[in-house]
Design a binder for this molecule. Structure first.
Ligand code: FEO
Length: 410
């Protein structure tokens, strides 16, 4: 039998760690695993907040029993219906047939669609309250953080926010659950990767949710993934990471992401990077898209203000890894970046055409015209590549804000 972990009085952690899955959503690597968090508020009425991925339902039910024994659960609050959190709902209703499921009108239709559940559903409105006895739940609808039904649940008396995916991160909870038991430093980079991969498209809804919560006093954040945040400094840090990333704000630094078949395009990337470094650029990160996982490239692109993308032409398109990256950046509405691009071709420059169309469609500031190479490096191409790296370094070091426009540095 598990020993129940009490986060604070009558609030128990009953989530699970997943160190088995290789890819979250079958897309994003999990080198440090992930947790699916669930919580019990053990009051006069008992509430369970979210469930876990169905793969871990047995562990989950054992944890619930370790807290409650044979006692029934009065409410299941569903903050988010994505199956990593809702996956155990159907089994839960079989074990606890009288449980009332609490959600909003969008949750209600998803409960029916996913699990055929139409009875014992309590539909709440934005700001509505539900008393458990000593704890009062207040519901905040926060659509599109990360799905349309997403909401957060706040306990007024203990100032605890159950925030669904918001403020979440990849990384299992090894031994402990709270930020006082774990090393928060282990999670910051994974939080940026989680945000940019999973929530990155939804900057405006995240901003709307942060605005809605701005007057709410928060002493504990219980997200669906990662540590429970209990300390003022870590709460300030996680809120600031989500605030900054959802505004597409970034640090001084440069990502150069490129494809290369035989190393010629890569040589261009090297010249650009060396020129940027020679002219004072800091935090230069280079990614060969054929080797780096897109998940890591997205993390770094969300982190740093400068972005240069290069590609050879392959089947009259950019190389597949670059095409995929361009699509991922468009999909996430990335903005506020200093940008440049370079291309290489043998007879037809489809890469240049598509990179230009990408640049034209984004709210980026082009720091220099494109660098184009046909077949091999000439002295003119080398000069242009150097000019791009230099122009990027100067922009990054100027401290200027990004202004969507094209600048010709040559
Ligand atoms: Fe962790 Fe959007 O589910």
């Amino acid at each position: 039998m598990y020993k129940p972990f009490e986060i604070k009085q009558n609030l128990f952690y009953v989530g699970v760690n997943d160190r088995t899955k290789h890819l979250f959503e079958s897309l994003w690597p999990l080198p440090k695993g992930v947790s699916y968090n669930s919580y019990i508020i053990n009051d006069e009425k008992i509430a369970l907040i979210d469930t876990v991925d169905i793969c871990y339902s047995d562990v989950f039910f054992n944890k619930i029993r370790s807290v409650l024994g044979d006692k029934p659960i009065d409410y299941l609050v569903v903050n988010h219906m994505e199956p990593d959190h809702s996956g155990s709902i159907e089994l839960l209703t079989k074990r606890y047939p009288d449980i009332k499921i609490v959600g909003n009108s969008r949750t209600e239709s998803m409960l029916k669609g996913y699990y055929g559940i139409t009875e014992n559903v309590l539909v709440i409105e934005d700001n509505e309250e539900l008393s458990l006895g000593k704890n009062t739940l207040q519901f905040y609808l926060t659509p599109m953080v990360h799905w349309p039904e997403t909401m957060m649940t706040y306990v007024k008396e203990s100032k605890t926010l159950f925030s669904a995916d918001a403020f979440g991160t990849f990384g299992t909870l090894d031994g402990g659950v709270t930020d006082t038991q774990l090393n928060p430093g282990r999670y910051w980079d994974e939080m940026v990767r989680y945000y940019s991969n999973i929530v990155g498209k939804f900057g405006s809804p995240v901003q709307a949710a942060l605005k809605k919560l701005s007057g709410v006093e928060i002493e504990t954040i219980c997200s669906t993934h990662g540590p429970v945040w209990t300390q003022p400094e870590t709460i300030a840090k996680v809120v600031s990471i989500y605030d900054r990333l959802s505004k597409y704000e970034s640090e001084n630094g440069l990502v150069i992401a490129y494809g290369s078949m035989y190393g010629n395009t890569e040589q261009l990337a090297e010249i650009i990077a060396a020129a940027a470094a020679e002219n004072g650029a800091q935090n230069i990160v280079m990614h060969n898209v054929s080797k780096s996982h897109e998940s890591d490239i997205l993390r770094d692109v969300f982190k740093y203000r400068g972005l240069i993308i290069g590609s050879p032409t392959y089947n009259n398109k950019p190389s597949p890894g670059v095409e995929s990256l361009l699509s991922a950046l468009q999909n996430r509405n990335l903005k506020k970046r200093f940008f440049g691009f370079f291309s290489a071709h043998t007879w037809a420059d489809g890469a240049k055409r598509d990179l230009k169309a990408f640049a034209d469609g984004m709210e980026f500031e082009m720091v220099c015209g494109p660098v184009e190479m046909k077949q091999s490096l000439s002295s003119d191409v080398t000069k242009n590549a150097y000019a791009l790296g230099k122009a990027m370094a100067e922009k990054l070091n100027s401290g200027a804000d990004v202004v969507p426009q094209k600048t010709d540095c040559r």
